[in-house]
Design a protein around this ligand. Structure first.
Ligand SMILES: Cc1cc2nc3c(=O)[nH]c(=O)nc-3n(C[C@H](O)[C@H](O)[C@H](O)COP(=O)(O)OP(=O)(O)OC[C@H]3O[C@@H](n4cnc5c(N)ncnc54)[C@H](O)[C@@H]3O)c2cc1C
Length: 300
């Protein structure tokens, strides 16, 4: 792809972005880290004469915690920023670790979480993780501000509910799930992208019993799917008392619920088997990190 003639605009306000979009219409695209967009343009799969960089918009690179404990990630926060953030590491080490392991350093350093969600490639760790954590996005477009749960964002392969030109300005992870126990499992394809992703979050009440569980399976289907049967199996139980057979059942029933198709990553049977194994691992890890140590337990 020849980038000759391409103009990159760097507006400093949402009003200036809207103005550029009015002027250039379909000839313009929003640009964050460019790890997907520039790749598509280089391969000649899409073409724009104008790119509107979101980098200089106020607050885009901010990472903060609200007074009620929600984690707020600006729309320009990169994967590596999350991985390196002492705040995220302290609040949810699994999230920091997962964001620090995906792709490669070059992609993590420029690629943003918002770009990952907006692009809606199903082979995404971030979509699965943020769905399990009950996160939502906040966006601005056509003078409207709205909030969309990540679970409702993606409508199909590479498609979302976002309107053309609508900007994801923030991603919010609510305190309730940020402080829950989280486990994330993935199996990577030869293309460096995950073939199967599983995130499991468990919330315990003050008596140490699980009062809410979220299991999300992604990458094998166009958008991440919530598996409700796990909550039916685990809510009300003490994590340390859950039988290994229940964990096996969780894996088997999740694999039965997720519609998996043959694709370039592998046969449906193979991927269903992976779903079952990764769900078992994620559930086991979530349970062991939310277990309350017994008072009479002795260190080995
Ligand atoms: C080699 C490779 C390996 C990868 N491996 C993984 C992996 O293992 N796991 C994983 O989860 N992901 C993986 N990814 C995906 C990676 O996370 C995304 O490429 C990255 O997060 C996209 O963000 P970006 O800022 O570069 O988006 P861009 O390329 O700048 O934009 C992508 C799309 O989103 C739109 N967009 C960007 N920001 C916004 C916004 N704020 N509001 C609205 N629309 C917006 C753009 O207009 C464009 O359509 C991989 C990517 C590559 C290239």
């Amino acid at each position: 792809m020849n980038f000759k003639g391409l103009r990159v605009h760097r507006p400093e306000s949402l009003a200036a972005v809207a103005d550029l979009q009015r002027r250039f219409g379909d000839d313009a695209a929003l640009l964050a880290g460019g790890t997907e967009l520039l790749l598509l343009m280089r391969l000649g799969l899409t073409r724009f004469d104008h790119l509107i960089s979101l980098r200089r918009l106020p607050g885009m690179a901010d990472l903060s915690v609200s007074p009620s404990g929600d984690l707020i990630l600006g729309g320009g926060v990169t994967h590596q920023q999350v991985a390196d953030s002492p705040i995220v590491r302290q609040l949810n080490g699994v999230l920091a670790q997962a964001e620090g392991r995906l792709a490669n350093l070059r992609v993590r350093a420029s690629g943003t979480l918002a770009g990952n969600l907006a692009f809606a490639d199903p082979h995404s760790d971030t979509l699965t993780l943020l769905s399990a954590l009950g996160a939502w996005i906040e966006s601005d477009g056509a003078g409207e501000h709205r909030r969309v749960p990540v679970t409702d964002l993606v409508t199909g392969l590479f498609t979302t509910v976002l309107e053309p030109g609508e900007i994801v300005t923030r991603i919010v992870i609510p305190a309730r799930w940020l402080n829950a126990s989280l486990a994330h499992e993935r199996f990577e394809s030869r293309r460096q992208r995950p073939m199967v992703t599983v995130s499991c979050a468990g919330h315990t009440d003050s008596s140490g019993r699980l009062d809410d569980v979220r299991l999300v399976v992604g990458s094998v289907c166009p958008h991440p799917l919530i598996v409700d049967t796990l909550a039916e199996l685990l809510v009300g139980a003490r994590p340390e008392e859950v039988e290994p057979a229940t964990v096996v059942e969780a894996g088997t029933s999740a694999a039965g619920e997720i519609p998996v198709r043959d694709d370039e990553d592998g046969a449906a049977d193979y991927k269903s088997n992976l779903v079952s194994v990764l769900v078992r691992r994620a559930v086991r890890d979530m349970l062991s990190s939310s277990a309350t140590p017994r008072k009479d337990a002795r260190m080995p």
